[in-house]
Design a protein around this ligand. Sequence first.
Ligand code: F0G
Length: 487
Amino acid sequence: MNPNETPKVKFYSGHDVPIELHKVRIVQKLHLVPIERRLQALEEGGYNTFQLNTLDVFLDMLTDSGTNAMSDNQVSAMLRADDAYAGSQSFMRLQKAIEDVLGQKFLLPVHQGRAAENILGKAYVRKGSLVPMNYHFTTALAHITEYGGSIAELLYDEAYVIDSVHPFKGNMNIEKLEEVINLHGIENIPYIRMEASTNLIGGQPFSIQNLRDVRAIANKYGIRLVLDASLLGENAYLVKQREEEFKNSSMAEIIKVMTGLSDIVYFSARKLSSSRGGGICTNNEKVYRELEPLVPLFEGFLTYGGISVREVEAMAVGLYETLDETMICQSPEFIKYLVYEAKKYGIPMITPPGVLGAHVDAMKFCAHLPQTQYPAGALAAAFFLISGVRGMERGSVSNQRDEYGNETYADMELLRLAVPRRVFTLSQITYVIDRLHWLYENRELIGGLKFVYEPPVLRFFMGKLAPTSDWPQKLMAKFREDFGDSL
Ligand code: F0G
């Protein structure tokens, strides 16, 4: 067996345990502060988990972005960084990694994923443009609307079914894609965007067959296909697990098939390669030349693009490590464990388990709260209060208002509990499940939230909210009643 393949370690007990295939060599102390302090921290942070200070956070499950554990090889590569404004050897190594792993000849480095979205928007999106996509990501949508465009989300209906067995909920609806192209006109469609492991519907992958079908439509109408590859490794891992044709393929082969079907591949390296930075790559020289002038304008010179060269080195090594199934399987396997254990207590979770994190269905968890009171935001705040675990609201607070300033309610109200790669231990995951269980039994105590400060763009980052009643105090009192003086 290839040493980089997903291990199938069977336990004598019959338990399905996602065993860690790494050891911990550098550690960081965590802070589990008392619930009284956590309530104060929530009040100071406007009931928005983005506004918390990590000194008050026990398990930081806000995101995997820039928080995946780096490997020893990544950290050691950072020391050999070639600090040069132009022509750095570190960049040459990154270029080689992009060619070897993603099969792309041209690379434009950018400081993170949304910078790539800005450049694509600036180059291709105009007033009246429409970008069809499987589903939006917050920053992708914000940049398209910033340049006057709009989007069409084209998932199949099954993508919105929370508890499902469909293996590829991130698939694009091919019939609808063709309809949208005919309705809006090829000239108004600058590109089609496919997002690997569709983030906002619970980290759900698309199949390669679906990507091939999208490619065929793109060819038929002569429209570019742009792949958001931020979560490409995990999508490839799930293709291997779930798509018959690829069950014996290597990660390297699967990744190259996906990138080979795309005209432009962009990514957040904060996710893809467990580093910082981002990139736009292509094999099309014309596309490269169109985008090239925008990098020195917005990012930095073409051989660093706003990324520290140390991170450029870590990115190159991280890209190669994406091909190692024993690394890439860790987060999805922990998520699967968390999801199925939580479901044993009846907690409504998105299934099949996706990538990036476990997703709790707040609409069902807080069925007594209307969407106008932001159930996912309320659940994120309540869960932090009773556990010190910081998740992220992925619901209506994360949505943006429409062009007339009206509130738009999200298709799903989710609490995302991110499981960054190789960061948490199984006993910490067990704690998360335990506290989720308790909160589910006491869910009637969770009340709503309202905005008290609402920024005009990406409001979920800096917005401040307040509870609609004294429900946080009541929830805290119940916690003390049940847990005594436990942290
Ligand atoms: N595309 C996807 C699919 C993402 O998940 C992200 C970031 C971006 C683009 C933007 O990249 O943050 O480097 O600018 N997702 C993070 C998250 C923020 O928490 O899910 P960025």
